[in-house]
Design a protein around this ligand. Sequence first.
Ligand code: DAK
Length: 267
Amino acid sequence: MSFSDLKNLLVEDNDGVRQITFNRPKALNALNKDTLNECKRVLEATQKDASIDVVILTGSGEKAFVAGADINEMANADLEQARAFAQQGHDVMNTIEQLPQPVIAAVNGYALGGGTELALACDFIYASENAVFGLPEVSLGLIPGFGGTQRMSRKVPIGMARELVMTGAKIKADEALRIGLANKVLPLDALLSTAHKTAQTIRKQSSLAVEVAKKAMVEGHDLPLQQGCEIEISTFAKLFTSDHPKEGTSAFLEKRKPNFPATTRKS
Ligand code: DAK
């Protein structure tokens, strides 16, 4: 599928990895309605695309991942417009979280407000040394509107999440690493190559096992432990209706590399 008509996103596919780059450099890649629409379109196509095993999100330029929701578009919103904009943002974040493929956030600079919320919806975050995270909405008379009040406290210790939301503080990459928001901090020029290297490591695994492991982790996250374990049991068992476990375990016993069946996705 061609995405050459997109105005605010760049989509590049290489070796089973789709890199989606937020590309509004004049506004530090801020998320306006058009960008969110484009993002939803690309994600919906990606979830049906059997040629894509991993997705990487990043920002264009060296300064920003995404500097938030577009402040110009929300300045004069009324109740209904605010609700519609928040709903649109949540749709995109939920689609990322529920994508069958793993999604890596490669945060290459400012990730403020909606930018941090976008990164939080991804499976994990790699940050460049110049990355800055934060949920500064209270300084604008707002609260996080794309999932930040919910996902931050599920990602980092609750007191940290509350301090970040209540103070609007901006934190640097090393602090994001320390509190468990980011998994790695890398020099800017190594950020994308490292994210792609991790993506290729994921691609060497069974794509079906990776997909259902993600699903079990996402679905089980907010459930009581035993209910989450039930999801794991049924997901684990269901894998055995495919050839993936047989191939993986046979390859181990035969001391060879596995050759897992090709990915299939529902269109
Ligand atoms: N929206 C629109 N334009 C933005 C922007 C943003 N979030 N962030 C930066 N820009 C624009 C700047 O206005 C400037 O445009 P020009 O003046 O050149 O036309 C250009 O990008 C370059 O920015 P600066 O000149 O400010 O660059 P600096 O290096 O000096 O500063 C900065 C970089 C990232 C520290 C600064 O730009 C900044 O503080 N930006 C705003 C960051 C921020 O507060 N972001 C959070 C936004 S709130 C909701 C739904 C969702 C949300 C809330 C409500 N509803 C349902 C209504 C989520 C909210 C947010 O994300």
